[in-house]
Design a protein around this ligand. Structure first.
Ligand SMILES: Nc1ncnc2c1ncn2[C@@H]1O[C@H](COP(=O)(O)OP(=O)(O)OP(=O)(O)O)[C@@H](O)[C@H]1O
Ligand SMILES: [Mg+2]
Length: 246
């Protein structure tokens, strides 16, 4: 059974569909890469799942069989769905440990007290290799470290579904390799399900079990990374005029 199910989900902005009558099933424990040209609706789709935006027409979004529609981002988070957004959100006055402790405290199903939350945060930072930076202000972290911090904050809430939006953008090749390994270890450790928007093909082929291609808010293709990368419709969507909105 799918852990995440979408049925007939549509979101329009000013009449134009960003996500267009979309169905999607994600099986538990999979890493599903969501790819597609700029403006394909990938970030919109993640925000429909995590409750940041509401669909234009009724459809269904279910997580572990429970309806997510109409719930606030906070409720969705507490049900076990964590998101790392496309643009990093760093609370600049905090230390790395304090920042992740916020995720541990308020992110999970049960609210933790400060002490246990700090312990969870320290453990997650250690596991992700950022332990030595726990007392540094988040404003001093490098881009790579900020990406790891975002991942740590999400994981500190003990999610069962992790939504990642271009978390590898801007990393250099060495950092990219390290981040791929990190996501792999996180997946193996926690048995998480991951829906992951990414443009970095090397990372997708290294990590994704399944790839879903969106173009103009619709599913263009789906399959293994190999199958999808060879699909002429996918090549056309990336290179041809078919994927251009205007
Ligand atoms: N808040 C908004 N208001 C108006 N239009 C929006 C808004 N958010 C997204 N859109 C539009 O919806 C479409 C899908 O955008 P979305 O950000 O989901 O694409 P994306 O696939 O994530 O693209 P990228 O790869 O560039 O991140 C685009 O045409 C975009 O301009
Ligand atoms: Mg996006």
């Amino acid at each position: 059974m799918a852990i995440l199910e979408l049925r007939g989900v549509t979101k329009r902005f000013g009449g134009l569909p960003a996500v267009d009558d979309l169905d999607l099933d994600v099986a538990p424990g999979r890493v599903v890469a969501l790819i597609g040209p700029n403006g394909a609706g990938k970030s919109t789709l993640l925000q429909l799942i995590n409750g940041l935006i509401a669909p234009t027409t009724a459809g269904a979004i279910r997580f572990e069989g429970r309806d997510l529609l109409g719930r606030s981002p906070h409720e969705v988070r507490r049900m076990g769905v964590a998101t790392v957004m496309q643009r990093p959100r760093v609370f600049t006055s905090m230390s790395t440990l304090e920042d992740v402790a916020v995720g541990a405290r308020f992110g999970g199903g049960e609210r933790l007290r400060e002490g246990p939350a700090t312990e969870v945060a320290a453990e997650v930072l250690e596991r992700l290799g950022l332990g030595a930076r726990r007392d540094v202000s988040v404003a001093e972290l490098t881009l790579h470290e900020q990406r790891v911090l975002e991942l740590a904050r999400a994981l500190a809430g003990r999610p069962r579904l992790l939504l990642l939006d271009e978390v590898m953008a801007g990393l250099n090749p060495t950092e990219l390799t390290a981040f791929v390994e990190l996501v792999r270890s996180v997946r193996d450790d926690a048995g998480l399900t991951i829906v992951w928007v990414e443009h970095v093909m090397r990372a997708i082929t290294a990590l994704a079990d399944d790839v879903v291609v969106l173009a103009l808010g619709r599913r263009l293709a789906a399959g293994s990374p190999d199958e999808v990368m060879r699909d002429p419709r996918v090549i056309e969507a990336y290179l041809g005029r078919g994927a251009q909105r205007c």
